[in-house]
Design a protein around this ligand. Structure first.
Ligand code: AMP
Ligand code: ZN
Length: 500
């Protein structure tokens, strides 16, 4: 199978032909969530985008090792690199919990949300607190190589020395050291640094700090950026294929990761850097403090002033697919309504398609060629930097043709059996394998029991039919439900139903 594809590289700001380090294999690291609060929709946008990328790489036949970490230490308030409180430590202090209780609670919530959005689990999900020894080792390597220094028990990366010896610093974010100087805020501990743009890789813990480990320099904890350098190196090697995360992580997080990897291993961590764009709401940054935000639960239930009704997880996933991962995604009620229609249209076309049979045409007809060309284009769009909106557009060009074959506007004698088979396979592969959509047509989508209500009605009709000895109707109901993989169970408390 042809497994070539193009990927936009944030480092070179160009789309590039992908070349794996090892033929047939891909190592991909994506920065995971900081588990100190409920996962928000912006996070979901990023992780769903990488889920589609992961799924497409698998579809292309690659063996992918997908590493997505859990940040459970070191991420400080305001993304500071020293002098501020650790987000998890703070939450634990405020809630009077063990930091690991906070971590477990929000990690569970994150996993649940990923399952709801049908995102595949990564191959490895390492936690920063599980890799303290490795982080201490990397700090030592960076010190030994002359790119970090210790001050009062904390260790700082020497950005000036690194920038002078290597033009890698600032390349990803496009910032030069002078900008970095101006942008670095005046924080506590700043005076300890040789230069304001230096950043902490090991932080001495205040007496009140809850998360602390012994190290050669102090009882303290690792800097946020360090964990990703350490865990990506441990599980994917010193240089691996793809590193991902949201746009907001380019600086300082990813810039500093690159510096640390060079500082420790003398090489660049990843060949391709992939960044997703931000989720907006009604054209503005989604922000809790401005009241311009919505939680996934509010979206599902419709319990928010920003939307007219609830939307199901798959409608939201479909809505996300309608924008390219490098474009901003603007969440509006109108866009969600359109997404709902689009999702249903796609799933219905798939249902129609699966029931079509007996194509008898030849491969020479214009119609047959047109179908094949649209299929090819849909895959080409995916292989061109994972362009989901363009691939969807091609599938939607196929939808009226599929519906035409059903209602007789178009003839099954104009399409070959092989092409019809390929068309069916394409829809199946796109919908389920690549886009990761699930069929929700039978599920209660609005959380208001619509499905239960409908099923109770059907069960009542069947009951009456049986009471009237109308076996035709009652059998028809049972058989049709069986076809839809809904099983009726007659018990002593009445009839219940399950979806297989
Ligand atoms: P965090 O938990 O803040 O460390 O973020 C986890 C991931 O979600 C990172 O890759 C972020 O870049 C990404 N992210 C955060 N906010 C948004 C947003 N509004 N839209 C898209 N991605 C986001
Ligand atoms: Zn990271």
């Amino acid at each position: 199978m042809e497994n070539k594809f193009n990927i936009y590289n944030s480092l070179t700001r160009k789309k590039e032909a992908f070349n794996p380090i090892i033929e047939g294999r891909i190592g991909m690291y994506v920065c995971g969530p900081t588990v100190y609060s409920d996962v928000h929709l912006g996070n979901c946008r990023t992780f769903v985008s990488f889920d589609v990328i992961y799924r497409y790489l698998l579809h292309l036949g690659y063996t992918v090792r997908y590493v997505r970490n859990i940040t459970d230490v070191g991420h400080l308030e305001g993304d500071a690199d020293s002098g501020a409180e650790d987000k998890i430590s703070k939450k634990a202090r405020l809630e009077q919990l063990e930091p690991m209780e906070v971590v477990q609670h929000y990690t569970n919530g994150f996993h649940k949300m990923m399952q709801i959005f049908n995102a595949l689990p990564p191959s490895i999900e390492p936690r920063a607190t599980g890799h303290i020894i490795e982080q201490i080792e990397m700090v030592q390597e960076i010190i030994d190589n002359g790119f970090a220094y210790e001050k009062n028990g904390s260790v700082y990366f020497d950005t000036i020395k690194f920038a002078k010896s290597n033009d890698a610093y600032g390349k990803l974010s496009g910032r030069v050291i002078d900008d970095l100087l101006v942008e670095t805020r005046d924080l506590k501990n700043q005076a300890e640094k040789n230069h304001p743009s230096d950043f902490a890789i090991w932080i001495k813990a205040d007496p009140s700090h809850l998360m602390r480990w012994n190290s050669p320099w102090s009882v303290g904890f690792p800097g946020w950026h360090l964990e990703c350098s350490v865990m990506s190196t441990k599980y994917l090697g010193k240089t691996f294929d793809i590193h991902g995360g949201g746009n907001d992580l380019k600086f300082p997080h990813h810039e500093n990761e690159i510096a640390q990897n060079f500082g420790a291993c003398k090489c660049a961590p990843a060949n391709y850097w992939t960044h997703t764009n931000m989720l907006l709401m009604n054209g503005k940054k989604m922000s809790k403090s401005d009241g311009n935000s919505i939680t996934p639960e509010e979206l599902f239930t419709g319990n928010s002033e920003h939307i007219s009704k609830g939307y199901s997880p798959m409608v939201i996933r479909f809505f996300m697919l309608q924008s390219h991962y490098r474009s901003t995604l603007d969440l509006t009620d109108a866009a969600l309504l359109a997404g709902e229609k689009g999702y249903r249209r796609l799933m219905e076309a798939n249902d129609v398609l699966m029931k079509l049979e007996n194509a008898t045409g030849s491969t020479d007809t214009e119609f047959d060629k047109e179908i094949n060309s649209l299929i090819n284009q849909a895959f080409e769009h995916m292989s061109d930097d994972f362009n989901t909106p363009m691939a969807l557009a091609r599938l939607f060009e196929l939808v009226p043709k599929i519906n035409g074959l059903k209602d007789g506007h178009l003839s099954l004698t104009d399409i070959s059996a092989d092409t019809l088979k390929r068309l069916k396979e394409t829809f199946k592969v796109f919908i389920y394998d690549i886009f990761g959509l699930k069929d929700e047509s039978l599920a209660a989508t609005n959380g208001n029991g619509t499905m239960d209500g409908l099923m109770n009605l059907i069960i009542d009709i069947r009951q009456s039919a049986r009471a009237n000895k109308d076996w035709g109707t009652s059998d028809k109901i049972r058989d049709t439900l069986n076809e839809l993989k809904i099983l009726l169970k007659d018990g002593k408390d009445g009839t219940s139903w399950v979806k297989e």
